[in-house]
Design a protein around this ligand. Structure first.
Ligand code: ADP
Length: 459
C-alpha cells in the first residue's frame, strides 16, 4: 500500500490524459488511413482498418463517460481498485487494437509495429513496473502471433503498398523483426520503469516529508494552545491574587492613616492598630496558603523517596490543635479512627494541610453547639478520610466550584468575611498529587461532608 500511494492518487488524472491522447491517436490513424487510401487507391483493406479505428473511438467514448462517473463516485480504495482495473482494460484493448491495425496493414512488414513502445511507456506511467514488462511481452507475443499466422497462411496477409517485396514469408525476416521488436520493447520497459520508479520514489519522499511536517505543525499548534492556556491561567491567578490582597492592604493603610493622623484618641488608635494587625495576620495566612499552593504545584517528587506515613497520627496531631478552636465555639469535635490502618506514601506536612483545612473549615462554617465528626477507615485498596459537620452547608450551584482557587460561596462570606478561598484547592491538589480523590456532599443549612481517599502503600 505504502509504495502505491502517490501514483494511485494520480491514477485518475493520468487516465484522463490517456483518454485525451487516444482521441489524438484515433484522429491520426483515421487521417493516415485516409491519406493512404487517397495515395494508393484500392490497395488498402479500408473496411477493417476504419472499423478498428471506429472501434477505438467508440470504446474511448465509453471510457470518457465511465471516467466521469469514476471522478464523482465513491472515494478511497474502492475507487482506486476500479481505476486500476480500468487502466488495465484500456491497455489491453489498445494492444489488441494496434495488433489488429498492424494485421490489416501489412502485418510484420508494417513499420508502425514500433508504436507498441507507447503502450509500454503508458503502462509504466499508469501502473506498476511489472505491468510494463507484461505489456512488452504481450505486444511481442501479438506481433509474433500475427507474423506466424500470416506466415503459415492461417490468416490472410494484407500487403502494404509502400513495401515492395513481400517479406512476411521469409523466416529470417520474421525472426529478426520479432526479436528486434521484443528487445526494443523490453529495453523501453526497463528505461521507462526506471525513470518513473525514481520519480515515484521522489513523490513518496515528498509526501512523507509533507506528512511529517504536517504532524509537526499540529503538534506545535497543540503546544501553542497549551502554552496560551497556561498563560491565561497565570493571568487569571495574578488578577485574583492582586484582588484578594488589595482589600486587606487598603484596610491596613486606612487604619495606619487614622492612627498616624493624631485625630484618634489613644484608645481608639490602639483599636485601629489592632484591626490593622489582624488584617496583616490574615494576609500572612493568605500568602502562606499561596506559597503552599505553588510549592505543591511545582515540587517534583521521586516516588521512592516519599516516606510511608500513618495518616491517623497526623490526624490526631491536627485534631488536638483544632480542639481548642472547637471548644471556643462550643462545637463537639469527634474523631473516629479504625484500627490497624495501612500506611500511605505522602509527605506528612501536606497531609497535615489536608486535615487542617478540612477541620478548620468544618469548625468555621458550623454554628456554635454544632457537631464536627471526623473518621478514618480503609477498604481493600485505599484509606478513606471524612469530615462531616452540621454547619451552613453548600448550595447545589456552589458545590461544583468550591475546589476552585479563590472561590467562596456567598453564605460562607457572611459567616467569615475574610476567607481566602484557597484552602480547598490546596486540599484537592495534595490529594490528587498522592494518587487520591476528594469530593463533597452537602445540603444548605444541614451540613457538609468532605471525603478523600488515598491509595494504601501496602497494596
Ligand atoms: P475559605 O474557607 O477560605 O473560604 P476554602 O477553599 O477552604 O476557602 O473553601 C472554599 C469555599 O468552600 C468556602 O468559602 C465555602 O463556601 C465552602 N466550604 C468549604 N468548607 C465548607 C464547610 N465545611 N461547610 C460549608 N461550606 C464550606
Amino acid at each position: 500500500m505504502r509504495d502505491r500511494l502517490p501514483f494511485e492518487a494520480e491514477l485518475i488524472a493520468r487516465i484522463d490524459w490517456l483518454i485525451k491522447l487516444r482521441w489524438l491517436a484515433v484522429a491520426g490513424t483515421a487521417l493516415t488511413i485516409g491519406l493512404g487510401a487517397l495515395s494508393f487507391p484500392g490497395s488498402l483493406t479500408l473496411g477493417p482498418l476504419f472499423g478498428v479505428t471506429g472501434f477505438i473511438g467508440l470504446y474511448n467514448l465509453q471510457f470518457f463517460l465511465y471516467l466521469r462517473t469514476l471522478k464523482i463516485g465513491a472515494a478511497g480504495t474502492v475507487r482506486l481498485r476500479h481505476a486500476t482495473l480500468f487502466a488495465y482494460t484500456q491497455i489491453i484493448l489498445d494492444l489488441l487494437a494496434l495488433a489488429a491495425l498492424i494485421h490489416f496493414a501489412g502485418g510484420v512488414e508494417n513499420p508502425m509495429a514500433v508504436f507498441f513502445v507507447f503502450h509500454v511507456i503508458i503502462a509504466s506511467v499508469l501502473l506498476q513496473r511489472r505491468v510494463s514488462y507484461l505489456v512488452a511481452g504481450l505486444a511481442s507475443l501479438l506481433f509474433a502471433t500475427i507474423g506466424g499466422l500470416e506466415y503459415a497462411q492461417v490468416i490472410p496477409h494484407h500487403p502494404l503498398p509502400i513495401v515492395g517485396i513481400q517479406v512476411y514469408r521469409q523466416e529470417l525476416y520474421l525472426v529478426t523483426s520479432t526479436t528486434v521488436l521484443t528487445v526494443t520493447l523490453f529495453l523501453v520497459a526497463y528505461l521507462a520503469t526506471s525513470i518513473t520508479g525514481r520519480l515515484r520514489e521522489r513523490d513518496r519522499e515528498l509526501l512523507e516529508s509533507m506528512q511529517v511536517s504536517r504532524a509537526k505543525s499540529e503538534e506545535l499548534q497543540k503546544l501553542n494552545e497549551q502554552l496560551s492556556r497556561v498563560d491565561d491561567e497565570r493571568t487569571r491567578f495574578m488578577v485574583l491574587v492582586t484582588h484578594e490582597l488589595r482589600a486587606p492592604i487598603s484596610t491596613i493603610y486606612s487604619c495606619l492613616e487614622l492612627a498616624l493622623s493624631g485625630y484618634a484618641a489613644p484608645e481608639k488608635a490602639r483599636e485601629v492598630l489592632a484591626r490593622a494587625q489582624n488584617r496583616a495576620t490574615e494576609m500572612l495566612g493568605f500568602i502562606g496558603d499561596l506559597l503552599s499552593l505553588t510549592r505543591i504545584r511545582e515540587q517534583a517528587v521521586q516516588w521512592e523517596q516519599v516516606p510511608l506515613i500513618q495518616v491517623e497520627n497526623v490526624l490526631q496531631e491536627v485534631a488536638e490543635l483544632m480542639k481548642v478552636e472547637a471548644e471556643r465555639k462550643d462545637i463537639f469535635l469527634g474523631v473516629d479512627c479504625a484500627p490497624d490502618l495501612a500506611p500511605v506514601r505522602a509527605l506528612p506536612d501536606q497531609i497535615k494541610l489536608v486535615w487542617t483545612n478540612l477541620l478548620s473549615n468544618a469548625i468555621k462554617y458550623t454554628d456554635p453547639c454544632g457537631i464536627v465528626q471526623v473518621s478514618l477507615s480503609q477498604d481493600a485498596g485505599q484509606l478513606i478520610g471524612a469530615v462531616r459537620d452540621t454547619g451552613i452547608g453548600i448550595s447545589a450551584e456552589d458545590m461544583p466550584r468550591v475546589f476552585d482557587e479563590f472561590y467562596r460561596a456567598s453564605n460562607a462570606r457572611l459567616v467569615s468575611p475574610h476567607g481566602t478561598g484557597v484552602g480547598l484547592s490546596i486540599v484537592r491538589r495534595i490529594v490528587e498529587k498522592w494518587g487520591g480523590k476528594v469530593w463533597v456532599e452537602s445540603e444548605s443549612d444541614l451540613g457538609t461532608k468532605f471525603t478523600f481517599v488515598l491509595p494504601r502503600a501496602d497494596c
